[in-house]
Ligand binder design. Structure first.
Ligand code: C5P
Length: 232
């Protein structure tokens, strides 16, 4: 079993804080995930500065685009200028939207980022889904969206560790499974609901893990990184 790549979610709204955290994380070989909070606060220029400061680090720009096909594809096209390794859209934006995005990134050939589709956010459980009119249980909905993602030609999905095996069975081995909602034993769950420890997620077959607060809010982020690496 090959070990998954871990992306550390640097969810700050401040360039200097992000650069400091990035400098602590990058030497571990882990990747860096920059999401909406940082992007909305510091913009693409901020993202570019963090990327330039960590030249040998893999970057995932997690903006979860969710719009009509043309707008989503143009937004992802604009992100390609930053040359990230991974970007993402919401699978619930539909097949046509994901196909349009796949077509857009294909024109970058080998420089194209891998596009993942968010299935069901790890902060939602069946009860939360029911409240927004989504009667299908999370697991079933995740598999349905993963199959749609595969059909659209994208590289994989963002899902919780609870759905890894079901997605593998439905979508095969050549499909990236980026898994947030990761909580080392004993760490605070916060707003996440469908959580699992790093070791459990790895044993189920996650190809990538996303870990934020258990590292960034730790008293010693470097020690937290080390402990997670040892646990898997
Ligand atoms: O701090 P924590 O480990 O909960 O961070 C998880 C990160 O993964 C956050 O940046 C969040 O935006 C992101 N994410 C998620 N669930 C998804 C997709 C992305 O928690 N389905």
């Amino acid at each position: 079993m090959s070990l998954p790549r871990i992306y550390v979610a640097l969810d700050t709204d401040n360039l200097n804080e992000t650069l400091e955290l990035a400098a602590r994380v990058a030497p571990s070989g882990m990747g860096i995930k920059l999401g909406m909070r940082f992007y909305y606060a510091e913009g693409p220029q901020g993202v570019r500065k963090v990327i330039e400061a960590c030249p040998n680090t893999s970057f995932f720009i997690d903006l979860k685009c969710h719009d009509i096909p043309k707008t989503a594809a143009e937004a992802i096209d604009a992100l390609c200028a930053l040359k990230p390794d991974y970007v993402n859209v919401h699978a619930s934006g539909g097949l046509e939207m994901m196909q349009e995005v796949a077509k857009t990134v294909a024109k970058y050939g080998n420089d194209a980022p891998k596009v993942l589709a968010v299935t069901v956010l790890t902060s939602l459980n069946d009860e939360n889904l029911d409240a927004v009119g989504q009667k299908t249980p999370a697991k079933e909905q995740v598999v349905r969206l993963a199959q749609l993602t595969k059909e659209a030609g994208l590289s994989g999905v963002v899902c919780s560790a609870h759905e890894i095996e079901a997605i593998r069975a439905a979508c095969g081995d050549d499909f990236a499974l980026m898994v947030p909602g990761i909580r080392p034993a004993g760490s605070a769950v916060g707003d996440q609901k469908r959580v699992m420890t790093p070791a459990e997620a790895v044993s189920k077959g996650a190809t990538h893990l996303v870990i934020g607060r258990p590292i960034t809010k730790a008293d010693d982020p470097k020690a937290a990184v080390q402990a997670i690496l040892e646990s898997i």
